[in-house]
Design a protein around this ligand. Structure first.
Ligand code: NJP
Length: 230
């Protein structure tokens, strides 16, 4: 398991669940989100981070490098669900900038550090929280799934590239999770049987705590109530 782990979108939902679970397994978490006010989790430090803003990412990454992070969890993400004819350039920029550009910027900012760790004989990991819909789509899902297909492509290309410096790259693909996602609230009645943030966190823990010679390429998980659709 990574001893110092950077988590984007750590203020709530899956990211907070990941932070909490990793802490109980001995990690120190550096969590980022645009609004981190009022967050108090022993074992975690929360910093302001907007993954769409290069300067914000660089500030966050500098602290991560200072703390010697050995793993990055790209979790920050947003969802907009509309039919193709209703998608605006603003929707496009919001979803793609957060999910795709954000993943690229934060990963890029930490790769020189991970490469330096490899040169010093230490391994590092990147875990990307994409989606079960990173390889299939549905009506109303064009923009969101385009962003998740793109994240999947980035994840897989990084796995090839990172091979040269021992980077372990994992894609976590959850189905429906009970969070604040897409302007919803946790605990809504129709979400009672959905995955919980801690279920997804368990997959992250599995990837990060695998023996050093093991790369967990991909984890796909769903709540049992969700239709089977691979
Ligand atoms: O969403 P939510 P989830 N810069 O809304 C942060 C994927 N996923 O936990 O910035 C930095 O509860 C935001 O904080 P704030 C999904 O695509 C989900 O469900 O203050 N951080 C908060 O901490 C996403 O990639 C489901 O607004 C930014 C967090 O992100 C990941 O899971 C299914 C940010 C969002 O918490 C986490 O989503 C699936 C920015 N620019 C995949 N913008 C699902 N829930 O059903 C947002 O397949 N954040």
């Amino acid at each position: 398991l990574g001893r110092n782990v950077a988590v984007s979108g750590a203020s709530k939902g899956i990211g907070l669940g990941v932070a909490r679970l990793l802490i109980t397994h001995g990690a120190h978490v550096i969590g980022g989100a645009r609004d981190v006010s009022g967050l108090e989790v022993p074992g975690a430090e929360f910093l302001t981070l907007d993954v769409t803003d290069e300067a914000s990412v660089e500030r966050f990454a500098a602290r991560c490098v200072g703390a010697g992070v050995d793993a990055l969890v790209n979790n920050a993400g947003v969802g907009v669900f509309k039919p193709v004819e209703a998608i605006t350039p603003e929707d496009y920029r919001r979803v793609m900038d957060t999910n795709v550009l954000g993943t690229l910027l934060l990963t890029r900012a930490l790769l020189p550090h991970f490469q330096a760790r490899h040169a010093a004989g230490q391994s590092s990991a990147v875990v990307n929280i994409t989606s079960d819909v990173s390889a299939r789509t549905f009506a109303g899902g064009a923009l969101y799934t385009a962003s998740k297909y793109a994240q999947r492509a980035i994840t897989q290309a990084l796995a090839y590239e990172g091979h040269a410096y021992g980077l372990r790259v994992t894609e976590i693909r959850p189905g429906m999770v009970d969070t604040f996602f897409a302007d919803s609230q946790p605990g809504e009645a129709h979400k009672a049987a959905w995955l919980k943030p801690e279920d997804v966190a368990g997959a992250v823990l599995y990837a990060l705590s695998a023996p050093a010679h093991v790369r967990v390429d991909e984890v796909l998980l769903h709540p049992v109530v969700q239709d089977v659709a691979f």
